[in-house]
Design a protein around this ligand. Sequence first.
Ligand SMILES: [Zn+2]
Length: 113
Amino acid sequence: MPAEIPAEIDAQRRRITTELSQLGFTLPGTISVRTVTCGRATCRCATDPDQRHGPYIQWSRTVGGRKTNKLLTPGQLETYQPWIDNGRRLRDLAHQLETLSLEAMRSAEGWNR
Ligand SMILES: [Zn+2]
């Protein structure tokens, strides 16, 4: 490591990498819980918002550039919601680490920007 990196920046790096090392499984995507109308004009869901179908638990993610959905059971939601939350935290921490690394590089090299 270059000696010119301030201790405070390196301390932040350690905080981020420690949290990264403690993450469990991480999943991409988001989960939404929604009720839907089926589209049949004669169905009770067409006129009464309280009669919409569901709720359905939908896990959405992008695979190969295309959005993909999968329905989850309440049990699956309980199991995998923390993995989804971890995935969001992983991306957040990765972004923080990258930003911090740019700061460390600028500081070490004496660059203004
Ligand atoms: Zn319906």
